[in-house]
Ligand binder design. Structure first.
Ligand SMILES: NC(=O)c1ccc[n+]([C@@H]2O[C@H](COP(=O)([O-])OP(=O)(O)OC[C@H]3O[C@@H](n4cnc5c(N)ncnc54)[C@H](O)[C@@H]3O)[C@@H](O)[C@H]2O)c1
Length: 443
């Protein structure tokens, strides 16, 4: 059934969800406070790099099923379901910063009146307890402006998003499961019905359980990565090969082969912040989340493993040039949030090296992130337009992101260099014919 949906926030999650809901036939309004972004979206431009999103959006725009606005009055008035998909970044203390979510609730509440009933759906990842808190918060805002029976004017539902950047459209269209949490089961059912064309595995729960499913899932995946990285570091000392160890483990269906790739750590907008937020939540209720803390500590150390390996061969980096391949936190995205390339490049600069960095799509974001370093270190940090220019005059190469274009390369160009493969992309026996080769957890 065709429903009227507003999506608040048109970032990775909001834009993909909005475009996909429109593609499924719903009538969607995408709202953002970023006017420039909204102008670009109105012209059909996709402001992020996400494979397949341009086609879905183009078709949604053509069918007239999606429009973009900065106007909350218009979005709230013309929708029955209002999805919140704004950012929930980490605060200094690791807790989730809910200021964007709170601001969205305030803007929505301004436009809810006596005759309305709106379903407000949290798609943003919000700490356990946020949904129930939001119900009181929004009701109070409505009460203050004189709305009659404020609790009856809306319901809050949790519908956490599990999509992966780089595969976001595919993940939205073919989800492993859709989780809907609400105090009112009938309304949870209505939200679930928005996805009915996808025929997903559906789990309907209460509000806090749905919120916890999201955090527990991300924390578990992050733990798998830190686990295999720790095993990799032990393998190195014992002559075992972590890639084969992981294959052997993954054949056990209780373990599964996914998220068992050793490397230079996880980054991105979700795993680090969600694990830290869960740690914060646990501590706020008097629990000591030792395992979760170790997941973060292991990962922070792992991000600098490539530099440690480089130092084995080039103990003095002052005056040396290091090429860095890959800046995004993973392939097929331009997202650089918490990317291992950030501490790696900072460490190289601090040690006096010059850095020539290349990424197929993330350079614009990198220039913003390294603005201070570009000013401070001048010529010592350069972003170059292709992978081979990065190698010109370089003493070493660190591969940080396993973009497909790095798999098949002209290995002759690596001759005489120290190569640290932070993602175990290449075959050691092949690479050692050309260069001094290091990887993660392989003899
Ligand atoms: N990125 C992912 O892979 C992913 C996956 C699952 C869940 N999530 C969660 O989804 C949420 C959104 O993440 P994202 O990566 O899409 O964020 P993002 O930073 O890409 O996008 C957030 C958007 O919200 C807009 N915004 C901020 N405040 C607003 C307001 N008051 N009103 C309207 N728009 C506003 C911003 O301008 C921005 O365009 C987060 O809670 C994140 O943890 C993200």
């Amino acid at each position: 059934m065709r429903r009227k949906i507003a999506v608040i926030g048109t970032g990775y999650v909001g834009l993909v969800s909005g475009a996909c809901f429109a593609y499924l036939g719903h009538k969607v309004i995408g709202l953002d406070i970023d006017e420039e972004k909204v102008e670009r979206l109105k012209r059909g431009e996709v402001p992020i790099y996400e494979p397949g999103l341009d086609r879905i959006l183009e078709s949604a725009l053509k069918s007239g099923n999606i429009e973009f606005t900065t106007d909350y009055a218009h979005a709230v008035k013309n929708s029955d379901f209002i999805f919140i998909a704004v950012g929930t970044p980490s605060r200094e203390d690791g807790s989730a910063d809910l200021s964007y979510v709170e601001s969205a609730y305030r803007s929505i509440a301004e436009h809810i009146g006596d005759d309305d009933f709106k379903v407000i759906v949290n798609k943003s990842t919000v700490p356990v307890g946020t949904g129930r808190w939001a119900k009181k918060f929004i009701a109070e805002l409505l009460r203050q402006k004189g709305v009659k029976e404020p609790e009856k004017r809306f319901e809050v539902v949790s519908n956490p998003e599990f999509l992966r950047e780089g595969k976001a459209v595919e993940d939205f269209m073919k989800p492993d499961r859709v989780v809907v949490g609400a105090d009112d089961r009938e309304i949870a059912g209505l939200v679930a019905s928005l996805y009915e064309k996808l025929q997903p595995a559906m789990l309907i729960t209460d509000l806090p359980t749905a919120e916890m499913i999201k955090y527990a899932s991300n924390a578990f995946l992050a733990a798998k990565i830190s686990f295999i990285n720790e095993v990799a570091n032990i393998c190195e000392e014992l002559g075992a090969d972590v890639t084969v160890v992981a294959r052997g483990m993954g054949l056990d269906h209780r373990i599964s082969p996914h998220f068992l790739r050793a490397g230079c750590g996880f980054g991105g907008s979700c795993f680090p912040k969600d694990v830290k937020a869960l740690i914060h939540t646990a501590e706020s209720v008097g629990k000591e989340p030792e395992l979760l803390k170790a997941v973060i500590d292991v990962n922070e150390r792992q991000k600098l493993r490539p530099v440690e390996k480089l130092l084995k061969h080039l103990p003095e980096l002052k005056g040396k040039t290091v090429a860095v391949w890959g800046l995004a936190f993973k392939p097929d995205t331009d997202d650089m949030r918490e990317a291992p390339s950030i501490p790696i490049i900072r460490e190289l600069l601090k040690r006096g090296a010059s850095v020539k960095a290349y990424d197929p799509v993330a350079v614009d974001n990198a220039r913003r992130i390294f603005r201070k370093e570009l000013e401070e270190f001048g010529d010592r940090l350069k972003f170059v337009p292709d992978k081979y220019s990065a190698l010109e005059g370089a003493d070493a190469l660190i591969l940080v992101t396993e973009w497909e274009e790095f798999r098949e390369i002209d290995f002759d160009k690596l001759t005489g260099k120290v190569v640290v493969d932070g993602r175990n992309l290449w075959e050691p026996s092949v690479l050692r014919k050309f260069c001094t080769y290091e990887s993660i957890g392989r003899p």
